[in-house]
Design a protein around this ligand. Structure first.
Ligand code: SF4
Length: 908
């Protein structure tokens, strides 16, 4: 839906209009949409088209593009759509000439006249075809309950037609539409059962106009609420995130705003402990208030980070007297920021509406997390209960509590899935906080992208901890299957007697997986076989009628995932490796998600990618599909090409369309516009200045040892002795970062033999943040050295080391393990035209050195912290590695022998 709140206009498709709802919606047959359903739908559309042509000849026309404009409660809605079939009544008999002179001739004329009158009152039929997987014929009440939007859709066409508001969207279609309001119209909804082709036709009465009017009310209520939100944002008041800014913070907001206004795609690098979350939030609230954006999305990969954002926003907008949840009104305070930068007048401040989006499983209040109607009382009948549930308070009242427990309690009480409250309320919130997946993962992005009024071009996207984004998105596009899992699903299927065709397709899949042998890449034949088998399963899942409640969540998810995967493979051309890491296992590993990331980022009106570790910036930009020369394909240009309107926003320029545009350009002004748009789509790097970090790192490059996999064991004694010497100099525990657990364990063993009294604590494999923190605290008090693994959550998330550790050591550049995926990535980089060195840098050196930068950055987190750091491997003296260090770690002492090491250690 596109709307203009100032002009009070909205434009949307009839389908979108018909399915618009602010509460839960029925999922119909529960199988969902996707390409497979679309294929089936097209098949049955064509089939019924053939039948209609045979029956009505030229009186039947198809896919007629229409538009209609409706005024309702001060809003003007423009609806567009396509009527599947339009059947004209038979032409009236021809005029029989002069008046009859005989009785028999008079009789014939009277009969012709009656026939003509009858023909004149015969209706024009408007038909919508809908394919469903449920058995037909079905009770009409059930069909109305399960597919309410289909009924609204045909009612909309009828209402527009009867009011004379139906217009042809193309001149060619004009001839087919009823010319005036006197034409009798009849609506037909034709359901087709996908598996057998059985047809059930329902005729809509004129009373169905009420469906159309009720839908108009819903849409207009939504638009009025958006208008209210816009007015609220214009008066938004908030206080700065920091009571007194640290050196560097005070100028960063201005720099970020200025940089962003020049190019709305900013790579914002600020050290750990800088307070970049606060800076970004203050920047975002300013953008909202100035009306540049309708909404802000704040994405970060960890729920602890998301909670921190909620808390910071709460502090920025809460009353002075007592901290409150975000959304609470802000009492007047002297430091409230407002337009013009002056102190706020004593007015009641306007809240900002914030929604922290948790995953569906966390919302669940059912005994089992299995979202099918027959299994979940919170899903069955939810649309009917929604109207009287009072849950609309979650979006009507911006100050209503919206924490998970409140949602769950409200959902339980109203017997409506709490996730539906989140889904309904989201559109009315100004800031959405959640995981990357809600924007970047094809299986999860529907929650955001299907929200009414969500327009990426009018949305500011903030991505925190952005160095994680490329890997996270690649993971979202990677998939795995095992024969063991497949056999478990088969057992579940056998319990419920599924259609034989589906069982047979699944059996073939089990057999295929079972016989897979470990391999670095499937042969072309095997890959073809796998695709074919998955296609067969998808076909049967999409057409079959299964008792998903009886099947259970595990097998149901496994079956649903197959058509979803095939949709994904069809829609994206990301490079993937089909391989078998172990026998009887198949992995589809995404080798490079850059095109998908870049395409998504370019959809947004503005983007800030923030992290403490974006260096090397060229590598990060390339991994996000933002390198100028590697601009990804966003959408294919239409062909044949009429003169295209020039792109208006960030997302519409890419390499291919640019080439096409250049061919069309005839004036220098046009050329200039293209260049400007291309420039705007190129990221700008902004590095926050933190003067309190200047000179805080004392770095040494230890060239005495070689930590490459082939040679490291020769140097175990030196490495062990170096750890002990470092701790001797520090007099407190030291942190030692290893590229792997195995390496850490080898040095632990070395020390246990050479220096048994030296106490080493090796990082445990726990994910819980509290447990990690407890281990660090205990180790700091009891061990001489903490052995940590680079790239693990200990190295990335544990902030307590800052100021507590004075000496640290990095053992080697933490290059990724050489395996089939890395080899395939190397080959893919070469295929994209990178030289051997450039490909090695991209695939091995940058990821490895990013982990090093990440670990080092956490050692100095506040003014007064200092760290002496030994980079323990001769590779660190190589420019190829050294240049990938963040600037503050690049200068240091090179250590060639033990004497030099001792001198560095003993230096004051
Ligand atoms: S619909 Fe909601 S309550 Fe029911 S199983 Fe799914 S998440 Fe749980």
């Amino acid at each position: 839906m596109n709307f203009d709140l100032d002009k009070r206009t909205a434009a949307l498709g009839v389908g979108e209009f018909s399915s618009f709802t602010l509460g839960p919606r029925e999922s119909g047959d529960g199988v969902g949409g996707g390409i497979w359903r679309a294929h089936l739908g097209t098949h049955w559309h064509n089939e019924l088209r053939t039948r209609a042509t045979a029956e009505h000849g030229a009186a039947a026309t198809f896919e007629i593009p229409i538009t209609g404009q409706v005024a309702h409660r001060g809003w003007t809605l423009t609806l567009t759509g396509r009527i599947d079939q339009l059947i004209q009544p038979p032409a009236p008999p021809a005029d029989s000439g002069p008046p009859p002179e005989t009785a028999s001739a008079a009789g014939a004329a009277a009969s012709t006249h009656r026939a003509r009158r009858a023909a004149a009152t015969r209706p024009v039929i408007l038909r919508e075809i809908k394919s469903v997987t449920r058995p037909l014929p079905a009770d009409e009440t059930e069909l109305r309950r399960d597919y309410p939007d289909y009924f609204v859709q045909i009612a909309t066409y009828l209402a527009l037609g009867r009011s004379g508001l139906l217009r042809a969207a193309t001149p060619a279609a004009d001839a087919f539409l009823p010319g005036d309001t006197a034409t009798v119209l009849r609506g037909e909804l034709v359901f087709v059962e996908t598996s057998a082709g059985l047809v059930q036709t329902l005729t809509l009465a004129s009373a169905e106009d009420a469906l159309f009017t009720a839908q108009l009310e819903r849409v207009v209520e939504f638009l009025n609420l958006r208008l209210r939100a816009r007015e609220r944002l214009r008066g938004l008041r908030y206080r700065p995130p920091f009571p007194s800014p640290r050196p560097g913070q005070e100028t960063t907001l201005t720099e970020l705003t200025t940089t962003f206004e020049q190019r709305p795609l900013v790579l914002f690098e600020a050290p750990t402990g800088f307070g970049k979350t606060g800076v970004m939030l203050e920047f975002a609230l300013g953008q909202l208030r100035s009306g540049h954006f309708d909404r802000v999305l704040y994405l970060t990969s960890k729920s602890t980070g998301q909670i921190q954002v909620v808390d910071t926003l709460g502090r920025m907008t809460a009353p002075e007297e007592s901290p409150a949840a975000p959304g609470a009104a802000v009492a007047p305070t002297p430091d409230l920021a407002q337009p013009g930068g002056t102190a706020a007048a004593p007015v009641r401040a306007t809240p900002v509406a914030v929604w922290h989006v948790r995953n569906k499983g966390e919302h669940c209040v059912n005994a089992t997390f299995h979202c099918v109607r027959d299994n979940c009382q919170y899903l069955a009948g939810a649309p009917e209960r929604w109207g009287r549930s009072g849950l609309a308070r979650f979006y009507l009242d911006e100050q209503h509590a919206r924490d998970l427990e409140t949602l769950r309690a409200a959902g339980r009480e109203a017997r409506i899935c709490p996730y539906e409250i989140t889904r309904a309320a989201l559109a009315f919130n100004d800031v959405w906080i959640g995981d990357y997946n809600y924007v970047f993962a094809p299986g999860n992005r529907g929650l955001f992208y299907d929200q009414p009024g969500f327009l990426p071009a009018r949305t500011l996207l903030l991505v925190d901890e952005a160095h994680n984004l490329p890997n996270r998105v690649a993971d979202a596009y990677s998939h795995g299957f095992t024969a063991t899992d497949a056999y478990t699903v088969r057992e579940d299927l056998n319990r419920i007697r599924p259609p034989a065709s589906l069982l047979s397709a699944w059996d073939h899949w089990c057999h295929f997986l079972h016989h897979l042998r470990p391999s670095d890449g499937l042969s072309a034949d095997d890959e073809d076989d796998a695709r074919h088998l998955l296609g067969e399963i998808a076909k049967h899942v999409s057409t079959g009628q299964l008792d998903y409640a009886a099947l259970g969540p595990y097998a149901a998810d496994a079956l649903w995932s197959v058509p979803a995967l095939l949709d994904e493979l069809e829609q994206s051309t990301l490079p993937r490796l089909w391989w078998s890491p172990r026998g009887a296992e198949l992995a589809l590993t995404c080798l490079d998600a850059a095109p998908a990331i870049g395409a998504t980022l370019r959809e947004f009106g503005g983007v800030v990618l923030a992290s403490a570790t974006l260096t090397p910036v060229d590598g990060f930009a390339a991994a996000c599909g933002l390198a100028r020369e590697a601009a990804p394909v966003i959408k294919s240009a239409p062909s044949p090409e009429p003169a295209q309107p020039l792109p208006e926003r960030l997302g519409e320029l890419n390499k291919r369309t640019t080439r096409k545009l250049y061919k069309q350009l005839t004036t220098a002004a046009q050329l200039l516009r293209v260049e400007e748009a291309r420039d705007a789509a190129t990221p700008t790097h902004l590095r926050a200045h933190a003067p309190w970090r200047d000179g805080t790192y004392d770095v040494a490059f230890d060239a005495r040892v070689d930590t490459t996999f082939q040679h490291r064991s020769r140097f175990y004694p030196e490495t062990g002795a170096t750890v002990v010497a470092l701790q001797d100099a520090a007099h407190t525990p030291v942190a030692v970062f290893f590229p792997s657990y195995a390496y850490a364990d080898a040095i632990r063993q070395e020390l246990a033999t050479s220096t048994p009294e030296f106490r080493v604590a090796v990082q445990p494999k726990v994910r819980d943040l509290a447990a990690q923190g407890a281990w660090v605290e205990e180790s700091l008090s009891q061990a001489d050295a903490l052995f940590l693994v680079l790239g693990s959550s200990f190295a990335e998330s544990i902030d307590v080391l800052g100021g507590r550790i004075s000496h640290a050591m990095i053992i080697g550049p933490a290059l990724p393990e050489v395996n089939a995926v890395q080899r395939a990535r190397l080959a893919e980089a070469a295929r994209q035209g990178l030289s051997r060195d450039a490909a090695f840098r991209q695939v091995y050196q940058i990821p490895g050195m990013t982990k090093v930068n990440q670990a080092l950055g956490r050692l100095v987190r506040a003014p007064g912290h200092r760290a002496r750091v030994l980079l323990h491997c001769r590779r660190f003296t190589d420019a190829g590695y050294r240049d990938l260090l963040a600037p503050e770690y690049q200068a240091g002492t090179t250590i060639l022998d033990d004497l030099a090491f001792a001198a560095w250690l003993n230096r004051a």
